[in-house]
Design a protein around this ligand. Structure first.
Ligand SMILES: O=C(O)CCC(=O)C(=O)O
Length: 278
């Protein structure tokens, strides 16, 4: 049976009320993994021809429309309104989340260089889950196309951009070599950059930004109140598949014990906030 609940994502173009299919809400483990790793991937089940048609429209653009990319290619609204996207956003940002008016077509031209590691925006970092990015890739990204590269678990580590720009490969970095039609939701403060585009094709990514509009008063995902009750098992570490062990032990880039303690404390706070406990 499909359970329908209602919510109202507010898009800046005056968005319609969305129906949410409960089947698409995240599980406890997926929410815990987002808090811990700072990303969540969704492969949309739209026809390949739909994504390719968007890619071809992008191929043909001579200039970047900036925030008006959704007016230039209105089919992009179907990405934002897809139940899997609405389900992930509702799960992590609560009901009434906002689709920010800022969005951007990131086109990496053939032969363009890598992009340095950075965190977006100003260095006022948040330890709450109150905004994040959705990166949509209309075409399959191969390693030579200049993939976005993220560093899982870095979202709570603030670092000066000019210092980060001197870093080379980082243990645990993850190139988003993804299938056409993937949306990667990434914590706003996650460290990221790109590889160089050594291919002969333009690499397309559309970046969307989403905001929370109100604190949660209860979980907004498929939540089991016993989710935190599994016995702690240090041996599981990165293989943990339950909330308690994920929040406690997962250490995606192998940070020091001292940093790990600080991060796990933030994770617990995020989890409690999302459950509406504070
Ligand atoms: O083009 C990309 O894959 C990444 C873009 C980027 O780093 C950014 O939007 O801050």
């Amino acid at each position: 049976m499909v359970n329908i609940i209602t919510s109202t994502p507010i898009a800046d173009n005056g968005a319609a009320t969305q129906m949410i299919d409960k089947h698409y809400l995240l599980s406890d483990v997926e929410v815990a993994k987002f808090i811990t790793y700072g990303y969540h991937m969704v492969e949309l089940d739209l026809p390949a021809s739909f994504h390719e048609q968007i890619a071809q429209q992008l191929d043909g653009l001579q200039s970047n429309p900036g925030d008006a990319i959704t007016e230039t290619i209105p089919e992009l609204w179907q990405i934002l309104e897809h139940p899997a996207v609405v389900g992930a956003l509702t799960s992590l940002l609560g009901h009434n989340y906002r689709v920010n008016s800022h969005r951007h077509w990131h086109c990496k031209e053939p032969d363009s260089p890598y992009m340095h590691w950075h965190q977006d925006s100003t260095n006022n970092r948040s330890t709450q889950i109150d905004r994040f990015l959705g990166l949509y890739y209309p075409r399959t990204i191969t390693p030579d196309m200049g993939p976005t590269i993220i560093v899982p678990g870095t979202q709570f580590r603030n670092a000066p951009t000019d210092r980060m720009a001197t870093y080379t490969n980082i243990r645990g970095q993850l190139p988003l070599n993804v299938k056409a039609g993937t949306v990667a939701f990434t914590h706003y403060d996650l460290w990221h950059g790109t590889g160089a585009n050594r291919s002969s094709v333009r690499r397309h990514m559309i970046k969307f930004l989403f905001n929370r509009t109100q604190p949660n008063s209860a979980p907004t995902w498929n939540h089991d109140p016993d989710a935190l009750n599994k016995v702690r098992d240090w041996n599981l570490r990165d293989k943990a598949e339950d909330v308690n062990n994920i929040l406690t032990f997962v250490n995606p880039i192998g940070v020091s014990q001292s940093d790990h303690y600080k991060e796990t404390a933030i994770r617990r706070r995020c989890w409690a906030e999302l459950r509406g406990e504070s």
